[in-house]
Design a protein. Structure first.
Length: 93
């Protein structure tokens, strides 16, 4: 439920420039691995929201190369670390 409500609510209250500045600060402070995980999660939240304006902002503000790497990062980093329940990932334990 919050994935569907949060992005539209934030986009109405917080100016786009401030959102972009915040996202850039988060990515800088997280480091390489964590920022990749954050981008995958952010991508999923935006797409699950169904809000076309948010999808357009994501496409505009996230660099092309990073967007192209999201599926690879999902498989190699996100699913093993955070998404086992979301993606039906079966651990080899």
């Amino acid at each position: 439920p919050e994935n569907f409500l949060t992005p539209p609510a934030i986009s109405r209250v917080v100016p786009s420039k401030m959102q972009k500045s915040f996202n850039n600060k988060v990515l800088r402070n997280l480091g390489l691995l964590e920022s990749r995980l954050h981008l995958v999660g952010m991508h999923d939240a935006v797409w699950e929201s169904g809000v076309e304006e948010e999808r357009e902002k994501f496409e505009t503000e996230i660099p092309y190369v990073a967007r192209m790497m999201i599926e690879r990062w999902r498989k190699s980093l996100y699913i093993p670390k955070a998404g086992a329940l979301d993606y039906g990932y079966q651990s080899a334990v």
